[in-house]
Write a protein that binds this ligand. Structure first.
Ligand SMILES: [Cu+2]
Length: 182
């Protein structure tokens, strides 16, 4: 039984008044989705997890033969109301601090996939959780780790290799990204 506490409700109302209608629609879609994903083990959700589903995303002009392997040298990633990380794949040198900036109006998380970081690398997630389970539980119970509009999250990556991460409320919308540390 989820009872919305009064303070949160107030916050939502204020946000709704402050921004345009379009953004509010995106906002209210998120909680419904995340509660869905909790209960259902993925019965008919073929499209969600694997390749088939991504076709409806953005038709990428893949002219240069780079099969999804475009790595942008950048240490700042923007989180947008289009429910994406931009750039989606970045490359940095070891020891770089990567900044994730929420430039939109909807909240996001930056949550590493525990089994998709290099061996020996330190786990990272907004809210500073040390495991993916802890991060997703804390998010679903109290939205911990949420990065609100205008805020950012920083992580310094020392171990080389590729890190993949996602946004908890928008993973199903394809909000995932990677960082390659060289
Ligand atoms: Cu998001």
């Amino acid at each position: 039984m989820t009872s919305i506490d009064p303070s949160r409700r107030k916050l939502l109302r204020v946000t709704g008044a402050a921004i345009a209608g379009g953004a509010v629609a995106g906002c209210s879609a998120a909680p419904g989705e995340s509660s869905d994903s909790g209960g259902d083990g993925g019965s008919g959700a073929d499209g969600g997890s694997d390749g088939d589903g991504s076709a409806d995303d953005t038709p990428e002009p893949s002219g240069d033969g780079g099969s999804g392997g475009e790595w942008t040298e950048a240490s700042t990633v923007k989180m947008t109301d289009e429910l994406g990380f931009e750039p989606k794949q970045i490359q940095v040198e070891a020891g770089t601090t990567v900044t994730f900036e929420n430039v939109g109006s909807i909240g996001h998380t930056v949550t590493a996939y525990e089994d998709k970081i290099p061996d020996g690398a330190t786990y990272f997630a907004s809210g500073d959780f040390d495991s993916q389970d802890a991060a997703s539980e804390a998010y679903s119970s109290e939205q911990a780790g949420n990065i609100p509009s205008g805020e950012s999250y920083e992580v310094t990556l020392e171990t080389t290799g590729t890190y993949e991460y996602y946004c908890i409320p928008h993973e199903l919308n394809g909000m995932v990204g990677s960082v390659k540390v060289v």
